[in-house]
Structure formats: C-alpha cells, structure tokens
Write a protein that binds this ligand. Structure first.
Ligand code: F6R
Length: 263
C-alpha cells in the first residue's frame, strides 16, 4: 500500500488526477472504475478542469460504476447512474454511452450481477478503480461480513451506511434503499490499480483498520492490503489514527525516482 497524506482535498484530487492522466496518455481507451458518494467529487472536478483546459481527454475512456441502489426509479437524482452522469460525465468529455453500471431495477438481480461482472471482464478489466471507504470500513457496498472473494452481488446495507447516506435523501433514512448491487471485494482486487480517497476525522478509525488492522471481512477495506498496486490518499484528519504515519511519510519522501505517481 502506498499511503499519501496531503493537506487539502484539492491536493489529493491532483494526485489522483495525475494518475488518471498518466494512464489515459498511455492508454486512451483505459477502463476506469468510478465510485459515488462525496469522497471522489474533488477528483471528478479536477478531471473536469483538466479536460476543460484541454490538457487531458477521457473521450475514448470507459467507466464502470462500483455500485447502484436497488429499487430507486430510473430518474431518481440519487440513483448512482444519475449521480455519475451529473458529477462526472457532464463535466468531462467521457461519453455517456461508455459509462456502465449495474441495473438496480433488473427483475433477476443475481443474473444482473453475473452479467455486469462478465461485462467488466469482456472490457478487459478495470485499469484504475477509484474508491472511497465507509465509516464501517466498507469499500463499494461490501458491508462487514462480506466474503473477501466476492464478485458483483446484491447486498443489504447496514443501518450505519443508510444513516450516513441519509444526507443525500433529505436526511430521511426511510428514503434510503435497503439494498444495492455492488462490485464485490474480489472484483475490486482484480483492478490493476486502485486509488482510495478518504477525508475527514470520521474516517480515521476505518482508515486505521483498513491499513493497519488484520485482513478481515469485518472491514472489507482491509482486503486492499492484498492488492498489488493500491494508493491510499488521505488528509491529515483521516490519517490521524495511523500508528506508523511517520514511516509512511518517509516511504513517500524516499520513493524511488520514476515511480508511477512521480510526485
Ligand atoms: C460509493 C461507494 C461507497 C462510498 C463510501 C464512502 O460508490 O461504493 O463505498 O465510497 O460509502 O462514502 P462517502 O464518500 O460519501 O463518505
């Protein structure tokens, strides 16, 4: 794991955007994995700014969503497809038809998950997966207890997650769906590169468990310890409970020249 701590969300977004820019310069038709929620928004805005400035393009890139709520009407603004259209597609030059997600309205949810997993495989796999982490340590909607080998599957959301996400539903937990379709932990581990962004003191316990705790399904983010190429982007409050923080800073400062992020 490469732990990168910066002062501001904007600086973290620049690191992630540099990685994505480097990828699409090498591979214009790269496959991105896109998260929703608040954490990745600064990354999408930074990508949007670079596209607008003409310094990068996602015109040939593809993207796959991490997850989608089950049962929301197709035009619900908090449906993750609509979120991705608004917060990512609309502000970059990625083509809407090249952005894919699970269909949370499918009749047969299990078949839909198998179809989606295969679609990612057929696309050549995800080159770079953007992730956030929930306060209970979940990545995507892989709640505590989810198999660390799981592929895309229907999931039940914990009350904690529904409470956290109620802020997107007028603060009303009863409006937050109880189920979602989500890439599994195993799906995420198949990505070639993963970039997780976490900001704020409310993520400090989850970040410490993910980075320094045991690998356990009780904190599915901890499975990223098994990922061969994962960058964890943190602000100071989110990093504040890491025991070895000074050493992670030293690793970053002494990184060999020409390493992937090159920053
Ligand atoms: C979103 C997702 C979730 C969020 C996590 C953190 O697609 O899969 O795992 O990344 O719940 O959410 P925020 O960023 O809103 O704190």
């Amino acid at each position: 794991m490469e732990i990168i701590v910066k002062q501001t969300e904007h600086e973290l977004a620049e690191v992630a955007a540099d990685a994505i820019q480097d990828l699409v310069e090498r591979k214009p038709d790269a496959v991105l994995g896109v998260a929703t929620g608040s954490s990745p928004l600064p990354i999408y805005r930074e990508l949007g700014a670079r596209v607008k400035a003409g310094t990068m393009s996602l015109a040939r890139a593809k993207a796959y969503q991490l997850d989608e709520y089950v049962g929301l009407p197709a035009d619900h603004p908090q449906g993750y497809r609509n979120f991705v259209e608004r917060e990512f597609v609309a502000i970059t030059d990625i083509e809407s038809r090249n952005v894919h997600g699970e269909n949370g309205q499918a009749q047969d949810l299990i078949a839909e998950c198998a179809r989606y997993e295969q679609e990612i495989v057929d696309a050549g796999g995800i080159d770079l997966q953007i992730l956030g982490i929930g306060v209970d340590g979940h990545i995507a909607f892989n709640e505590p207890g989810t198999s660390l080998g799981s592929l895309t599957h229907p999931a039940v959301l914990t009350e904690q997650t529904r409470r956290d996400n109620a802020r997107f539903f007028d603060g009303d937990i009863t409006q937050v769906p109880t189920h979602a379709l989500t890439q599994g932990v195993g799906t995420i581990l198949r990505s070639r590169t993963a970039v997780l962004i976490a900001t704020g003191a409310n993520k400090a316990d989850a970040v410490a468990a993910m980075v320094e705790g045991p690998v356990t399904s009780l904190c599915t983010g901890s499975a990223l310890q098994l990922h061969p190429n994962v960058k964890i982007l943190l602000d100071e409050p989110a990093a504040s409970k890491l025991k070895n923080l000074d050493f992670y800073r030293e690793i970053f400062d002494r990184r060999p020249e020409g390493t992937w992020l090159g920053l």
